[in-house]
Design a protein around this ligand. Structure first.
Ligand code: FAQ
Length: 333
């Protein structure tokens, strides 16, 4: 998600606020945030704001392109032409989301090469969820339903992020994610309503494996989230990790009932007093293990990305040579 070089701490921020002029700029910036203005690429911004955005947006971009891999695994094995066409379109969309997001991060002064380098050498983070394997076709439906469902819950508020280029990228991404979620849910509905007993069991097994990792997508509990407070204050995040996780659980329970699957949590129940669902404890040791590079597929995912990058070198070289040739021809004309 970010390199050591991009890392920030409160001390960096304090160091940046030494001059009166900078203090004034900072106050003007905070006033714009308070007024709900969008901050644009050419506007002055505190270094910590810039770095927080580079960290979050580049993590998000990496998640999109690594997120193509678990589903890409099933393109050749989709059960029908219709399902294959849908899956191809979805995986291409994820690639497109990565491109919008890398572009948004580039407006903050970091290069795509820098960001990809951080991903390839293992310094950058990407969403924990994509380090789990896709074992059966039902996993593809469940990824659409739960993983895209969690992504939408997290990303709709980002359409109101205080940084304009990120907020605008998120509007289009959210529209596409909505299709992704629906196609996943629809494919599961077909399996649960028209499928054999074995197919229904396959859906339940996929739900059992993806439920808890989906809840982990929202990040650590608020009390253990070092970035949330400042990101909320700056309007980068509009809802906290725990608020979003709760909203996701509340939205998903009735969908599971309609589908006819059981969510694998004996403690999941409606709390009439809170008017929200209570749910069981998340295994945070597992979460940090996966984030730290030791999930079931971390090594494989990274190796696949690096291989794709290396094998695509000739395409980048050819595109650059072509662009240089055209520029030289234009100069000569
Ligand atoms: N995985 O202080 P916080 C998708 C890290 S896209 C890995 O709470 P923050 C589409 C966090 O970076 C899915 N690391 O951090 C799709 C931080 O580490 P750092 C991606 C995680 O930034 C669907 C540390 O833990 N979505 O699914 C995770 O305020 C299907 C402490 O955490 C986005 O990126 C995690 N789950 O909040 C594609 C949305 N959670 O950097 C294909 C934008 C936390 O301090 C198929 N991002 N960490 O070393 C966000 O909303 C936020 O960055 C959060 C984390 C909520 C993810």
């Amino acid at each position: 998600m970010y390199t050591q070089a991009m890392s920030v701490g409160p001390q960096d921020q304090a160091a940046k606020l030494q001059t009166a002029e900078e203090q004034q700029r900072n106050e003007a910036f905070e006033a714009r945030i308070d007024a709900g203005d969008f901050i644009e690429a050419k506007d002055w911004m505190p270094e910590h704001y810039r770095k927080t955005l580079v960290r979050q947006i580049s993590q998000h971009a990496h998640s999109e392109i690594v997120g193509m891999l678990p589903e890409g695994n099933w393109i050749t094995r989709a059960p029908t032409l219709k399902r294959k066409a849908i899956l191809l379109a979805k995986v291409q969309d994820e690639g497109g989301h990565g491109l919008y997001l890398y572009s948004a991060a580039e407006t903050l002064g970091t290069s795509r090469d820098q960001m990809l380098d951080a991903l390839h050498n293992g310094k950058a983070k990407y969403s924990s969820i994509f380090n789990y394997p896709t074992l059966t076709w039902a996993d593809i439906g469940v990824i659409g339903w739960l993983v895209d469902g969690a992504a939408i819950m997290n990303q709709v508020p980002l359409c109101r992020c205080s940084y304009g280029p990120y907020a605008r990228a998120m509007i289009r991404i959210c529209r596409e994610e909505s299709f992704h979620q629906r196609q996943g849910y629809e494919s599961l509905l077909v399996m649960m309503r028209e499928g054999t007993a074995a197919q229904k069991a396959m859906v339940q097994d996929a739900v059992n494996r993806w439920w808890w990792p989906s809840l982990m997508m929202f990040g650590p509990a608020d009390k253990d989230s070092p970035n949330s407070e400042q990101s909320m204050r700056w309007g980068i995040k509009r809802l906290t990790n725990d608020e979003l996780r709760q909203k996701f659980v509340d939205a998903t329970v009735p969908q599971a009932e309609l589908l006819g699957v059981t969510l694998p949590d004996p403690d999941l129940k409606w709390n009439a007093q809170r008017e929200q669902h209570d749910f069981g404890a998340i295994d945070w040791d597992e979460f940090w293990r996966v984030v730290g590079g030791n999930g079931p597929c971390n090594t494989e995912r990274l190796a696949t990305r690096v291989k794709a990058w290396e094998e695509g070198a000739w395409v980048r070289d050819a595109a650059l040579a072509h662009a240089n040739k055209r520029a030289t021809a234009a100069q000569a004309a």
